[in-house]
Design a protein around this ligand. Structure first.
Ligand SMILES: C[S@@+](CC[C@H](N)C(=O)[O-])C[C@H]1O[C@@H](n2cnc3c(N)ncnc32)[C@H](O)[C@@H]1O
Length: 290
């Protein structure tokens, strides 16, 4: 079944409460955002969170900020956020606003925007579209753009051999992996190659059109590409470090696997727009031995 344009525009925008529980339990995600917010949000500052969900990142922000607008489009999550925030300290500083984050404007200038509508390879969720829309509206009303958390993203792709056998059943389907847990199901046959990097405060990409040459360092069969998404939540120049959070690795099968030897190179082409479906990216991939 192919997705319609309307389905695609809704992709990732309505996340059920039980999935929010997984996000609350994701330690790397929670620690990363908590640290970045502590470092970046000025004491007494003003913050907007775009896509507030359960309100947890607004709660982190309210430890330092004097006012937080927690903007959420899904009415069920608006109710949930109000209920959950009321069970916690600092609720009086947080205003949960039922609105589309793409067009929401705060009534006064703010210091920071927090936005976690992040999916692997920036697919499905509307992070880029939402921040772009917010920036346009904000720039028409106020002078200086706020700081963004995340501040930047680095996107990379790697040629791999993936085990697509499940109890003897061969099924080359998209697979997700926790980046912090080593898996022997995926074997890297070449190093990851960066295909894009951008700062949210700067011009945002409308499309990723990639043509890459990937050197192979181990023989085998390249039957998939692993997409790696490094979210730079904060770049702490004075401390010479960044606070990073990796989205789940996404492994996408190739339609035609390629037998390779060490020293070969594989030429890969793909294109997609931020927020597109996984199927759109999968269908666009073309890979051949050079
Ligand atoms: C990945 S969840 C993150 C929730 C929360 N920020 C957190 O970190 O736990 C993204 C949230 O953005 C909301 N969302 C998606 N598109 C939106 C939009 N255009 N305007 C406002 N909220 C949106 C979803 O309903 C969902 O609650």
């Amino acid at each position: 079944m192919s997705s319609t344009k309307e389905d695609s525009s809704k992709l990732g925008q309505f996340i059920p409460l039980h999935y929010h529980a997984n996000m609350l339990r994701d330690n790397a995600r929670m620690t990363g955002f908590k640290q970045a917010i502590e470092k970046v949000v000025p004491q007494g500052g003003k913050v907007v969170e775009l896509g507030g969900g359960t309100g947890v990142l607004s709660f982190f922000a309210a430890h330092r900020a004097s006012k937080v607008w927690c903007v959420e489009k899904n009415p069920e999550m608006v109710q949930a956020a109000r209920r959950l925030l009321a069970l916690n300290p600092f609720a009086e500083k947080i205003e949960v606003v039922e609105a589309d984050a793409m067009t929401f404007l705060p009534s006064e200038p703010i210091d920071a925007v927090v936005c976690e509508m992040l999916h692997s390879a920036l697919l499905r969720e509307k992070q880029v579209e939402v921040i772009d829309g917010f920036k346009r509206a904000y720039a028409q009303r106020f002078e200086k753009l706020p700081i963004f958390i995340p501040e930047a993203v680095i996107l990379a792709v790697q040629p791999v051999h993936q085990n697509f056998k499940f109890q003897g059943y061969y099924a080359p389907v998209p697979m997700f992996y926790d980046p912090l847990v080593a898996s022997d199901e995926t074997q890297g046959l070449g190093d990851p190659v960066n295909y894009n990097m951008f700062f949210y405060a700067q011009e945002l990409p409308k499309q990723f059109t990639c043509e890459l040459e990937m050197p192979i360092h181990a023989g085998g069969t390249v039957n998939a590409l692993r997409f790696i998404t490094k979210n730079v939540l904060a770049a702490l120049v004075a401390e010479n470090c960044t606070v990073d959070w990796f989205s789940q690795y996404l492994v996408l099968p190739l339609f035609s696997p390629i037998v390779v030897q060490k020293g070969d190179a594989v030429r890969v082409r793909f294109q997609y727009q931020p927020g597109d479906s996984i199927e759109t990216l999968t269908r666009s991939i073309a890979a051949v031995k050079k």
